[in-house]
Write a protein that binds this ligand. Structure first.
Ligand code: FEO
Length: 173
């Protein structure tokens, strides 16, 4: 049976990962609104990945005999000053998530939950990749600056990221 402190921490992190999905889906909607459809696709794929992060914790908690408690998810922001500002906000958010994961690892070490340490190491490694990708995106946006042509090309590049699944727009699709 999982220690209640670790179960509580996992439930809080399920919420944080679902909020991440909300945040990135909100960015996707804003990008689509601004006609940056490639960046919208990139953010949709990112939102889908965040749901996988949430569900990996969810499945793990059930496997360890804990109780999943889904809590209220905060509303994300809905607009940003520029594409660069949105990607900078995404980088800040990933740094915040990394801090949370590191604290969870500290807890697992403190209470000698070796099984949770194994799971959390996956997230520690994943956060290295998440921060690297987010940093890379910010640097690309900074590089193109206000050059419309370069921004257009960059948007196309963002759009090559595959989404994990597509949702039909209407029942006929
Ligand atoms: Fe689930 Fe982007 O960290």
């Amino acid at each position: 049976m999982i220690d209640q402190r670790m179960a509580d921490s996992i439930n809080d992190q399920i919420n944080a990962e679902m909020f991440s999905a909300y945040l990135y889906q909100s960015m996707a909607a804003w990008f689509a609104d601004q006609n940056f459809n490639g960046m919208a696709t990139w953010m949709t794929a990112q939102a889908q990945e965040e749901m996988i992060h949430a569900m990996k914790f969810y499945n793990y908690l059930i496997e360890r005999g804990g109780t999943v408690l889904l809590k209220q998810i905060d509303s994300p922001p809905t607009e940003w000053a520029s594409p660069l500002a949105a990607f900078e906000a995404a980088l800040d958010h990933e740094r915040y998530i990394t801090e949370r994961i590191n604290k969870m690892m500290d807890l697992a070490i403190d209470i000698r939950d070796h099984a949770a340490k194994g799971l959390l190491q996956w997230y520690v490694d994943e956060q290295v990749e998440e921060e690297a990708n987010a940093t890379d995106n910010v640097e690309k946006l900074r590089m193109v600056g206000d050059a419309g042509n370069a921004k257009y090309m960059l948007d196309k590049e963002f759009g090559t990221r595959p989404v994990l699944f597509t949702i039909p727009v209407s029942a006929a699709d």
